[in-house]
Design a binder for this molecule. Sequence first.
Ligand code: AMP
Ligand code: MG
Length: 480
Amino acid sequence: MSVQPAVLQDSFARELPELAVRWQAQAVSDPQLIVCNESLAANLGLDVDWLRSPDGLQFLVGARLPDDATPVAQAYAGHQFGGFVPRLGDGRALLLGEVVDAKGRRRDIHLKGSGQTPFARGGDGLAAVGPMLREYIVSEAMHALGIPTTRSLAVVATGRPVQRETLLPGAVLARVASSHLRVGTFQYAAMTGDVELVRRLADHAIARHHPAAAEADNPYLALFDAVIAAQAALVARWMLVGFVHGVMNTDNMTISGETIDYGPCAFMEAYEPATVFSSIDSWGRYAYGNQPPVAEWNLARFAETLLPLFADDQEAAVALAMESLSVFRRRYDTAWSAGMRAKLGLGPSDAGPLIDELLALLQANRVDYTSFFRHLGEHARGNPEPARGLFADLAGFDSWAARWRALGPDAALMDRSNPVYIPRNHLVEEALVAATGGDLAPLEQLMTAVVAPFDERPGLERYAEPAPDDFGDYRTFCGT
Ligand code: AMP
Ligand code: MG
């Protein structure tokens, strides 16, 4: 095993120099490791003992890199809450480079909170311990749930204070992703008016994420179709676990189909499509139930950047884009319905009306989404009480459950499909507050629960419970 990444490759910076600004991380005099993802490190071929050493910590804050590394800030644009911003980019992040992991997969190593870059737009370029640990917890929980996502390698305290509403301790997150190509990256390239740049970017994306598209008659349309498929599948997975991303701007939507940018995200407890956590999303644009149409809207913005590559004739290009995009809904519905049938322990049957009725019951009774499905598995095994106990309208639920039981639900399939442990908001807050004050025990305990979410274990009961009533209305903040 190598002591440090022998090489950090730089295919992005080399192939797309127009989208990369060479940059250095801000120096950190006394970095302290808060948390390190040992299994991910091993998977990347990084030696864990080295990562924990002073040299490793200097690597994790971007100060000590292999000689030929080319750290860059990446340029991108984006629609933020529907309004277009032509120049966003990595204002406080750096792409250190790419490693090819044990399975031959190329993955970005990227820092967040590593200091101002030319894209900082007045921001301080920094990040606080709490939000970086939040990304660490939630991204690793999503990965354990089987949902495509960027990963978190480590969070390192910088010892530098960060001014938010109050002074907070600073940190750098080391993030791992199959790439950081976003819809907003294409929007930035398209804005330059250089069609050949968009073509090179698309070729890079095809080679990296959707290689089958290269063989198609129209590779760029095939790329668009592949991203539609990946995003339809991804958002269906979010919906099935009750995940609310919170800031689905086009710069926070990947071309790979991985979840990215864990800012104001949170998991829904009581089933309610209008659920919003983000304090700045006052119109509910990114509410739980709006996520599928927002993804489709973002994909339309992606298509606009590719039109000159779809066909020479603009009208023909638009027609092709519309035809492809019309498939999103069907793909999403198919993925979501299949997932929901698995959650109910049912095979490929016509469960449609039964599902609609259940969701109406969950909403009317304000039932905790995650624990309901897990308890329903016990119902399938003949113990209805834990699920029944969640409903005020017992007659309504019993009538539904009788029809569901008649279909012969598979309890083992339900246990594989319905997590016991998700990073519940009150538990995440508890862990972040403790860790910010120097106590890592709650964080470690929460991680133990959420990295094996389907595996119910004694001693972790409180990690399966909804928030206590006095936790109140949960709000998340974007100023991370
Ligand atoms: P986000 O909301 O994290 O997706 O970030 C949106 C944009 O704001 C990106 O261009 C970020 O690089 C930039 N940004 C967010 N926070 C900061 C910060 N503290 N300093 C500089 N840029 C930031
Ligand atoms: Mg972002």
